[in-house]
Design a protein around this ligand. Sequence first.
Ligand SMILES: [Zn+2]
Length: 242
Amino acid sequence: MDRPEQLALPLGIPPDLSAVFRRVFLRLRIKSPITSIDARFHPFAGLRSTVTVRHGTVKARVSDLLAEASPLVLEGLAEILLARVFHRRPSREARECYLAYTFRPTIRVQIDAARRERGSKRLLPARGRHHNLEEIFYGLNQRFFQGQIPPSRLGWSHNHSRRILGHYDSGHGTIIISRKLDSPTVPRYLVEYVVYHEMLHIRFPVERRGHRRVVHSREFREAEKKFPKYESACRHIKHLCA
Ligand SMILES: [Zn+2]
């Protein structure tokens, strides 16, 4: 239920977050030698907030999706974040006030939109320096899936992740491949194998068995082995991730 507890703030004057955090810090009577509090809004991809304490400074970054939330909601979040770093339990009021706000339908819509827009910018174009993911996807789709896999967004990751070489984001229908593979020393069949694996995630979506999520089902594993040079690809990947 939406209560009219929220006063519209004049546009263009975001609340002074540091002041909100200072107020809550004093109210919680935290006995820690803190010399300054630096709290600001930040355009995270979703409803994220971070907090750290270093050299006597509390640094907090709060999702800018909350820039129009009421002071009460912001104080609730400040309490949750401060409690996290100072090993306390936030009050029930704080948690409820913050959660109630974030579950409002209008806010959920904004969160989803921000995820979509901002999350998508974290991709580099599919045509890499050495390998073209679109071409690879298209070829694999014809060879192994009778062209049945719906066109997906494809891109290289911004970071050179060694542990995660590929990822299928079902929320955005996006296949992301680690930029580490866009290299002249990585043979094309290896990139193909990683893209093939992610395409299988589209072909065999996550199954639920009771409380368990089965990400790589038996059918998935069997289909994976149909990739030519499957074993050599596995060995190569182990080597790359080592
Ligand atoms: Zn997988």
